[in-house]
Design a protein around this ligand. Structure first.
Ligand SMILES: Cc1cc2nc3c(=O)[nH]c(=O)nc-3n(C[C@H](O)[C@H](O)[C@H](O)COP(=O)(O)OP(=O)(O)OC[C@H]3O[C@@H](n4cnc5c(N)ncnc54)[C@H](O)[C@@H]3O)c2cc1C
Length: 504
């Protein structure tokens, strides 16, 4: 293809890699000369806490991207332009300064991103320039997998079956960019040759990733993927046990696009059919692909039903009255701090606070506990996760919370209430995860770590624990809370109870 634009600009957002990047490919196809920019968006940075691991993750990943750009063309003058402010103002102005008549980016269906992009596109159009969006961070876009009557799916299993029927090598193949990059990358104007700022230079706390096993950038994603692939055959067997190294830990990389979803889905899809793997190993690959499909599923739910950001997917559930007031606030604070007296919930919440990650099984348990044991509005928990999770993604987080609260599409039925003790016995049978994150219980025999209030006084004394002093008494009684929850949800008509999907 002969490039049709003399100068173009690629705007990186949640796609911080050069390999297999759809917008980069489109830009390289269409532009003779290409500039690259990332904008630290003040409307996103402003509400973040001072110590935010994601800012550091982004800065380090961008520094790598900048280095990769310069290495690709062998010139220090090329590389990433970084700016801080509002993209609506910066992108059109930068395009004008650079003489770029087309701006390329990968699309994003979050409501705020859609509004921002519409504004940018409008301003560029008024200047005779264009914004071209490519699909990159999911396999299928919002309207690519629909029911026979062309409406969006709201139940996962038929969505997944349709997804699997539709998938072909076309959707999984990568966008090569290496060859054209060297020839097309433009040198940055002199005033734009600054290094990528650090988190501290942006006014955030430095060192937030220190001590965490969280490699950043495209090389970090590669490291995690290489580590995970030998474990993929055992994924199905290991993924539900938080004390085991079961899942891939790639979610933050998927969030910021330091890895290509096409590469992951292609690998999983091919592994499902490997004849040299036994049935259990192929099942491991199929289950992992299924998780990646949940991700696509929630993206299309958010795109088609943006009301979920504020309200229940199923409107009937907005009639539920959640507990509020000082007592509910105190329970919420105990949940956030990992001091509910339910060890698995507390371990989960402390894992989140200490690392920015929480195991999927524990996200389900902790979310269910907040909503169905403490009677607190799922939106409060959703907001807490949004602040703390490195991999926070509006669509997946909202989908996960509405699933746990039974208010969402294909959600856990409202009358199904996780028992935090039996979940603990089942998924952390030796209490190893609990001992890691709630060390004050580590001296208790494993069988007692799930519910220390059931231990005999002597057993507690031998472990050096006084309940209420070293570790809290349970903040609620699960059996009583369960009854209260069933009554709370009774306002919702029984007919709207939702289907019994098994989430992830
Ligand atoms: C209440 C709640 C909140 C959640 N919030 C988020 C969130 O903000 N961001 C996020 O990426 N995931 C979220 N999840 C989904 C899931 O817990 C994480 O994706 C997973 O734990 C990430 O770990 P991993 O990369 O090791 O996962 P793996 O098991 O290796 O899975 C591979 C990838 O599949 C995707 N995936 C897995 N499970 C789901 C799922 N249920 N929904 C959507 N995508 C999935 C993720 O991109 C993940 O990286 C949430 C789940 C619940 C129940």
């Amino acid at each position: 293809m002969t490039p049709s634009h003399p100068v173009g600009l690629i705007w990186f957002r949640r796609d911080l890699r050069l390999a297999d990047n759809a917008a980069l490919y489109a830009a390289l196809q269409q532009c003779k000369k290409l500039f690259c920019v990332f904008i630290f968006d003040d409307s996103i940075l402003a509400p973040l806490p001072h110590a935010d691991r994601r800012v550091e993750f982004i800065c380090q990943s961008l520094a790598e991207l900048d280095g990769d750009l310069r290495a690709a063309c062998g010139r220090q003058e090329a590389g990433l332009i970084t700016r801080r402010g509002l993209p609506q103002d910066i992108i059109p102005e930068l395009a004008r300064q650079l003489g770029a008549d087309a701006v390329f980016c990968n699309d994003d269906d979050e409501p705020a991103a859609l509004a921002r992009d519409a504004q940018v596109a409008h301003r560029l159009r008024a200047m005779g320039r264009s914004l071209q969006r490519s699909k990159d961070h999911r396999i299928f876009g919002r309207d690519e997998v629909l029911t026979q009557s062309l409406s969006p799916f709201s139940v996962f299993t038929p969505y997944k079956n349709a997804w699997l029927r539709k998938i072909t090598p076309f959707y999984l193949s990568s966008y090569p960019s290496e060859r054209d990059l060297a020839a097309r990358l433009a040198d940055r104007p002199e005033g734009e040759r600054r290094p990528v700022p650090t988190a501290a230079e942006l006014g955030f706390e430095a060192g937030t990733l220190d001590g965490l096993k969280l490699p950043t950038g495209a090389s970090g994603a590669r490291e995690l993927l290489d580590d995970f692939l030998p474990r993929l055959p055992r994924y199905q067997a290991a993924r539900d046990y938080p004390a085991l190294k079961g899942p891939s830990y790639l979610s933050v990389h998927l969030r910021f696009g330091t890895v290509s979803i096409r590469e992951l889905a292609r690998t999983a899809h091919a592994s499902m059919q490997r004849e040299d793997w036994d049935a259990a190993a192929r099942e491991g690959a199929a289950t992992w692909l299924s998780e990646l499909i949940w991700r696509d599923f929630y993206f299309q739910i958010l795109a088609h039903h943006p009301h979920v950001v504020e309200r229940s997917f199923k409107p009937a559930y907005d009639a539920i009255v959640w507990d509020s007031g000082p007592e509910a606030d105190a329970l919420f604070a105990a949940w956030c701090a990992g001091r509910t007296g339910y060890p698995l919930v507390d371990a989960a919440m402390r894992q989140l606070a200490g690392s920015g990650y929480m195991h999927n099984r524990l996200r389900m348990v902790a979310a269910s506990f907040l909503v169905k044991d403490l009677g607190i509005d799922w939106r409060r928990g959703e907001a807490w996760f949004a602040e703390k999770l490195n991999d926070f993604d509006l669509a997946a987080n909202n989908g996960g919370w509405q699933w746990a609260a039974s208010t969402g599409c294909d959600a856990q039925p409202w009358f199904r209430i996780f028992n935090p003790v039996t979940q603990s016995q089942k998924f952390d049978p030796e209490g190893r995860f609990i001992a890691r994150y709630v060390p004050e219980l580590a001296r208790l025999p494993a069988r007692l770590r799930h519910a220390p209030w059931l231990a005999a006084p002597l057993e507690l004394a031998e472990a050096g624990i006084t309940l209420g002093r070293h570790y809290p008494h349970p903040v609620v009684d699960h059996a009583a809370a369960r009854e209260k929850t069933l009554a709370r949800y009774a306002v919702v008509k029984a007919g709207d109870a939702g289907s019994a999907a098994s989430h992830s």
